[in-house]
Design a protein around this ligand. Structure first.
Ligand code: CTP
Length: 400
């Protein structure tokens, strides 16, 4: 959730400033770009070089050290930030923030920031419980700033009680959960279908295709990580359950149709990545067919086109289909978009060796209404899933 996020870390002057170094490191490892602002008092405990080395960014500690004449640093980094975490937040910084005092780089940036700001307090238990500090924290909470509660335990001053800075891992988990709760996909009901279907000829023989389900599973996993409420309807695949994803296993196209239609009306988004059989044997033999001399004909009939049915019944849902094509890819994808009443088609060229069935990677063309087709580079299926979900998020933002 924190990957590619721009995070400002404000470090104020308490002994817990040493833990802020671990926090800067963990945020950087989580894939975020981290810029650190230190107060003069913080520099009594940890040096700017520590944070510079951990984040590979210059550390901001002086409002008047305007190194770039083109920019006003505290405004520039406030605008740059997606989120701002002040850890440790001392009683002094909390008090000044509550009263709009802006006498250093951290506080001027705080006043200029429009992104979510989080305070992780750390101080002596008696200071933490002092009515002035409590009132200042309440003022900030009323203004929609969020506090990450300190822990209980042995404090550096020798007292035991509440006031220990939350552990860096807890702070990272807290920020990730906050980000997840605020994505456009948060709480959206998303249905993914994945894998092949089996159409039985007799008890031991099936018509199927080489789909592994990996693309659909990647979409389900990423969507769940982005806060969506994900249901995965999977054909016969050899893939493990995904944490936080409801999974319904099916075998045939008909079973998939039944399970999808049961829940369709309650869904917000449907991603139909399953490679559903278009035909099934007209009759399923009750006993195993014995081989005969000569050829064998198996009469086949059409299965229901699940996606086309969903397109007909569509009310509020976003409907995303896949198109496995070997020629005229964009033309066929556009045709599918119209014919099946879809919002997006992910087309892949099944003749390309590094894309499609069985491959770990995918090379897709994303076709949306009123937009030029996007020819994506070769990516892993997880990266492809992220690109698809980013476009779904854009659609949700536009519709909001
Ligand atoms: N699909 C479906 N039900 C079917 C067949 C396909 O829901 N019985 C869905 C797939 O999940 C996929 C999309 O339709 O999202 C495209 O499937 P594909 O087989 O590539 O194309 P078709 O629409 O069946 O058209 P054609 O066979 O002409 O390529």
């Amino acid at each position: 959730m924190l990957q590619h996020k721009h995070i400002l870390l404000g470090v104020s002057g308490g002994i817990a400033a040493f833990k802020a170094a671990a926090l800067a490191s963990k945020l950087t490892q989580a894939g975020a770009s981290v810029k650190v602002i230190m107060t003069e008092h913080a520099k009594q405990f940890v040096t700017p070089l520590t944070f510079q080395a951990l984040t590979r960014e210059r550390v901001y500690d002086d409002t008047f050290a305007e190194k770039d004449p083109e920019k006003v640093a505290h405004i520039d980094i406030a605008d740059w930030a997606d989120l701002f975490i002040i850890a440790p937040a001392t009683a002094n910084v909390i008090g000044k923030a509550a009263h709009g005092i802006a006498d250093d780089m951290l506080l001027t940036t705080f006043l200029a920031a429009t992104c979510p700001v989080y305070f992780a307090p750390a101080m002596n238990v008696n200071m933490y419980q002092h009515p002035a500090v409590v009132e200042n924290m309440n003022t900030l909470k009323e203004r929609n700033y969020t506090f990450i509660e300190p822990g209980d335990g042995y404090l550096a001053c020798g007292w035991v009680g509440k006031g220990r800075l939350a552990e860096p891992d807890e702070i990272v988990a807290f920020l990730e959960a906050e980000e997840k709760a605020h994505t456009p996909l948060a709480g959206k009901k998303l249905l993914v279908t994945a894998g092949p279907t089996y159409e039985y000829v007799d008890p031991v023989r099936v018509f199927t295709n080489p789909s592994t389900g990996k693309m659909g599973f990647a979409v389900a996993a990423e969507a769940a990580a982005m806060g969506a409420d994900v249901t995965l309807i999977a054909g016969p695949v050899h893939l493990n359950a995904l944490p936080g994803v409801k999974r319904i296993n099916v075998t045939t196209a008909e079973e998939m149709y039944n399970e999808v239609t049961k829940i369709y009306s309650s869904m917000d988004i449907v991603v139909k990545s399953a490679a559903v059989a278009d035909y099934k044997p007209k009759t399923i033999l009750a006993q195993k067919a014995k081989k005969q001399n000569g050829d064998m004909d198996i009469p086949m009939e059409r299965t229901k086109d699940i996606l086309a049915e969903l397109g007909k019944k569509k009310t509020h849902q976003l409907l995303i289909g896949f198109a496995a094509e070997s020629n005229n890819i964009v033309e066929y994808a556009k045709d599918k978009l119209e014919r099946k009443n879809l919002d997006m088609v992910i087309a892949n060229n099944i003749t390309s060796e590094d894309a499609g069935f069985r491959s770990e990677t995918n090379r897709v063309i994303i076709v949306q209404r009123e937009q030029n087709p996007e020819d994506m580079p070769l990516m892993t299926k997880t990266e492809t899933a992220k690109e698809i979900l980013a476009r779904i998020e854009n659609m949700l933002i536009k519709d909001a």
